[in-house]
Design a protein around this ligand. Structure first.
Ligand SMILES: NC(=O)c1ccc[n+]([C@@H]2O[C@H](COP(=O)([O-])OP(=O)(O)OC[C@H]3O[C@@H](n4cnc5c(N)ncnc54)[C@H](O)[C@@H]3O)[C@@H](O)[C@H]2O)c1
Length: 339
């Protein structure tokens, strides 16, 4: 294809589980073209060739990461590959949209941060998709407008509801897997984004009762207490073994109102008087597709929009994850080192 005919942003996608959902996200943007897909599973590659004729399909991620014709990559491989693939992509001057978690350790995150500082033109974002939920977008606006007064307590749970994914899937086969990084990160980001606040200190406990007798060797349940910069306190949990639908519980308590997310709808309590019913918040939840942040990622690359998930927020959420894992292990309060 001649350069003049090329679309502006050429992308490649690594990992065709949730990564396949990224294709629709990129295709929604007129200035973007998906050119290559990668999966090390032969069955996935055969399926991809059938479903997406015309796209290059490869087994080795380096073919995408080393391709000078590719401007941006989606990294949707297993968690343990994210760091090395991000490093290679950045070293080769590619923008990065990485599935959560960004990486698996503080040392890895620091390395990525260092690389990014030397390449300020590059955009890095992560698929912290709850930010696109209409119900949570409404809530953020309500909090910003002061409808709940001053938030003083916030809590959220990542109820995974899919125990088999850690006892039988790839997550259980990794040397290291953190349910905080792999699940609670969504809620941690949500709590900070909703209130425009930052977590500064944490305490945490965990167990692996729900997955006992399986090959999963890490905590499947972690609960953390959070202290925010503003003085607000919070609680977050990663509950991978629950007998409960996949759901993000969320309660925000402010001096003038309380929001509670429910399975059917949200509720907004505006009175301390008994008998005054809450207002129903029926906006869709989650109401998002996994590729919904990608349009904004491309707009950010093109310099036409502010990032919906700024790079500092990605590192802030990961910093809290690292602190929670450290706190659960050491049984001590841990300060959050913002990376
Ligand atoms: N943002 C979200 O809400 C969300 C939801 C699900 C998964 N994820 C994240 O996406 C990533 C993938 O999870 P999934 O649920 O799609 O898993 P999955 O098993 O459904 O799919 C992953 C695919 O990637 C392939 N793959 C893995 N590592 C690879 C590598 N190094 N090179 C080439 N192919 C590779 C596998 O063969 C598989 O086909 C994980 O990091 C996970 O945490 C994010």
């Amino acid at each position: 294809m001649r350069r003049a005919q090329r679309r502006l942003v050429r992308t490649g996608i690594i990992g065709l589980g949730v990564g396949e959902k990224h294709i629709a996200g990129y295709r929604r943007h007129a200035a973007c073209e998906v050119v290559a897909l990668c999966d090390f599973d032969a069955k996935k590659r055969a399926e991809a060739r059938r479903k997406y004729p015309g796209l290059a399909v490869c087994a080795n991620a380096d073919e995408i990461l080393d391709d000078p014709g590719i401007d941006a990559v989606s990294i949707a491989s297993y968690d343990n590959y994210h760091h090395d693939q991000i490093v290679k992509a950045l070293a080769n001057n590619k923008h990065v949209f990485v599935e959560k978690p960004l990486c698996q350790s503080e040392g890895e995150a620091k390395g990525i941060r260092r690389l990014l500082r030397g390449k300020p033109r590059l955009v890095l974002s992560s698929n912290l998709i709850l930010r696109m939920s209409p119900r949570f977008q409404w809530l953020r606006k309500a909090i910003t407008q002061g409808k709940l007064g001053v938030p003083y307590f916030i809590e959220g749970d990542y109820n995974y509801g899919r125990l088999h994914k850690i006892t039988a899937g790839w997550r259980g086969k990794l040397d290291f897997y953190s349910v905080v990084q792999g699940g609670a990160v969504h809620v941690i980001d949500l709590l900070m984004w909703l209130t425009n606040d930052r977590v500064v200190e944490v305490a945490a406990f965990g167990n692996r009762i729900a997955s006992a007798h399986s090959r999963f060797k890490h905590d499947d349940m972690v609960v953390g207490i959070l202290k925010f910069r503003s003085g607000m306190v919070g609680k977050v949990s990663a509950n991978f073994g629950c007998v409960f639908p996949h759901f993000h519980t969320l309660s925000v308590y402010g001096t003038r109102g309380t929001f509670v997310n429910g399975l059917d709808h949200g509720q907004l309590f505006k009175s301390r008087e008994p008998g005054v019913p809450p207002a129903k918040v029926a906006l869709p939840y989650p109401g998002v597709e996994k590729g919904d942040l990608i349009y904004n990622f491309v707009e950010t690359i093109l310099g036409r929009a502010e990032p919906a998930v700024p790079v500092d927020d990605v590192f802030a959420a990961m910093s809290v994850c690292f602190a929670l894992d450290k706190a659960a292990k050491s049984r001590r309060c841990v300060s959050v080192d913002c990376l």
